[in-house]
Design a protein around this ligand. Structure first.
Ligand SMILES: NC(=O)c1ccc[n+]([C@@H]2O[C@H](COP(=O)([O-])OP(=O)(O)OC[C@H]3O[C@@H](n4cnc5c(N)ncnc54)[C@H](OP(=O)(O)O)[C@@H]3O)[C@@H](O)[C@H]2O)c1
Length: 268
């Protein structure tokens, strides 16, 4: 039996979820409620006909088994005021908002059945990774249903310990931006060496794609993969020496831990 799903906040992530569910036929368009308060986005969603589109929560919401909260964290308090008297105890709330704990969601919504997930933007292409955890009292069967839905956006891992969601946020939630940052500066280096933007991008992006597949398929450790490119006294070693002289390894670790710390601060 397919779940009836409502998504509140239909921006990048909300619609990444909606489109993945539709692509894998996990929901029917007439059983997908899209609540979007931004008039411009609302008009676009209505034209796209991906579901039933409304701009404020109404009594219809009680017919939906799963309510997904995909507004920005700073919009949650206002949303909670609108939502708290409209939930049925049997409904499941799935939050993908960064940094808002299950406890806080339960308190603000006066609702027990809350699942919290941290996806990432490659979920838009079905290539995301989501960490998720759940409040007590949600049956395994219902949890599996939600996991199946999340897996339409890529892969997922269930975490017993909610506090690890801060680490998920720092590694995979923010991770795509670290990767784009590295790609951007490699492309800049390519341009400095004489390539036009398009050629530099092609060289860097195809390198990243190929290297990603080698990580997954070569049955070598990351250190061995590095050694296989960096011969003694060669060009790669020259670049790695510069990374090491700037303690790039420490910088990367410090940056990711900084993201985790910020996620913890936002949770308070
Ligand atoms: N982007 C990421 O990489 C990422 C990764 C993991 C998790 N997340 C989480 O996903 C959530 C959504 O992020 P996003 O990037 O998709 O944000 P977004 O593109 O800004 O989408 C949120 C949408 O919700 C609308 N909205 C705000 N309050 C509403 C309400 N009360 N009812 C209905 N709609 C409402 C917003 O309208 P207005 O624009 O008019 O305010 C906006 O169109 C955030 O909580 C974020 O922490 C994001």
């Amino acid at each position: 039996m397919k779940m009836k799903i409502a998504i509140i906040g239909c921006g990048n992530m909300g619609m990444a979820f909606a489109r993945s569910f539709l692509q894998y036929e996990l929901v029917n368009k007439d059983q997908l409620l899209l609540v979007e308060k931004n008039d411009h986005r609302c008009a676009i969603l209505k034209a796209a006909r991906d579901g039933i589109v409304i701009n404020t929560i109404n009594a219809e919401l009680k017919d939906y088994e799963l309510i997904i909260l995909a507004v920005k964290p700073q919009d949650f308090e206002e949303l909670a005021e609108e939502l708290k008297d409209k939930l049925e105890p049997s409904q499941i709330v799935l939050s993908i908002m960064a940094g808002i704990t299950i406890k806080k969601i339960q308190e603000k919504l006066n609702h027990k059945s809350v699942i919290r997930a941290m996806p990432n933007t490659p979920g838009m292409l079905g290539m995301g990774i989501t960490g998720f955890t759940s409040a007590e009292g949600i049956s395994i069967a219902r949890l599996f249903k939600v996991e199946n839905l999340i897996n339409a956006t890529g892969r997922s891992i269930y975490l017993e310990d909610e506090s690890l969601l801060d680490a998920v946020t720092a590694l995979s939630g923010s991770g795509p931006a670290y990767f784009y940052y590295f790609v951007k500066h490699m492309v800049e280096a390519g341009k400095k060496m004489g390539f036009d933007e398009g050629t530099a991008q092609l060289l860097v992006k195809q390198t990243m794609l190929g290297a990603y597949h080698l990580i997954n398929n070569a049955e070598l450790s990351l250190d061995d993969l590095i050694k296989a490119v960096a011969s003694k006294g060669g060009t790669t070693e020259a670049a790695l020496n510069i990374f090491n002289s700037h303690h790039m390894d420490d910088i990367i670790i410090e940056a990711v831990l900084g993201a985790e710390k910020r996620s913890r601060e936002l949770s308070r």
